[in-house]
Ligand binder design. Structure first.
Ligand code: 3NM
Length: 215
């Protein structure tokens, strides 16, 4: 996918796994799409996540179908084998997951996203061939147990100032109240888990976020 389209898809990037959803995840994802998300990442990870691999795979396939019906690219977090097996649109890896430079040859055009926490890591992700980076945590988050310290929009600004030219999305504690600052700082979009997944009305939550980033 070309850079401009990637940037467009980063506008409102929703991430979730069953552990993030008090309600049925398929309904949550359907609602979020109705509310205007532009990309979805399946991240089945941490306390409360589904464990048997076959259940994870079946759920991934169902969620991918829901996304495909609305032309929303479906990204798998971390699990390269699962992403390849089900034919996902992309894979997202963290600094502690499989190395981007090692998996890129297997991806065959799939979107590759990498989590970064500094300009240094951003530079490496670009050199490794990442299509986009997730920069965080911008604000404190309770959706990732081992999240690093929140740095506000400083790292996003640093990456911009350093001229590291790669599509980027901010992540961590992003809500409709603070989303605008993330885009103002130079991100192409915002990524969110709980402000959508834990909302009683995921469609309305996504719509509220979208409004902030598009005006
Ligand atoms: N990665 P919420 S923060 C999955 O800093 C993830 O790389 C982060 O969840 C990073 O929107 C995070 O609920 C959790 O704060 C984001």
């Amino acid at each position: 996918m070309n850079r401009n389209r990637i940037k467009q898809h980063l506008a409102l990037y929703f991430i979730a796994g069953t552990q993030d959803c008090p309600n049925d995840i398929e309904e949550v994802v359907t609602g979020s799409i109705e509310g205007g998300i532009t990309l979805f990442q399946f991240r089945e990870k941490g306390k409360g996540s589904l464990h048997p691999a076959d259940e994870i795979e079946q759920l991934a396939v169902r969620l991918m179908q829901i996304c495909r019906n609305s032309n929303i690219p479906f990204i798998v977090n971390d699990d390269v084998e699962l992403a390849l097996k089900i034919g996902a649109d992309g894979i997202h890896v963290g600094q502690d997951d499989a190395k981007a430079s090692e998996i890129i040859t297997r991806l065959n055009g799939m979107i590759l996203g990498v989590s970064v926490h500094s300009a240094e890591e951003a530079k490496r992700a670009l050199a490794d061939g990442a299509d986009y980076i997730g920069v965080g945590p911008v604000f404190p988050t309770s959706s990732k147990e081992d999240a690093k310290e929140a740095k506000g929009t400083a790292v996003i600004e640093e990456i911009k100032q350093a001229g590291i030219d790669i599509p980027m999305v901010g992540i961590g504690g992003i809500t409709a109240e603070n989303a605008k600052n993330v885009v103002k700082a130079g991100a192409d979009g915002v990524s969110a888990i709980s402000s959508i997944s834990r909302s009683e009305n995921p469609a309305a939550a996504a719509r509220a976020l979208k409004k902030e980033i598009t005006r």
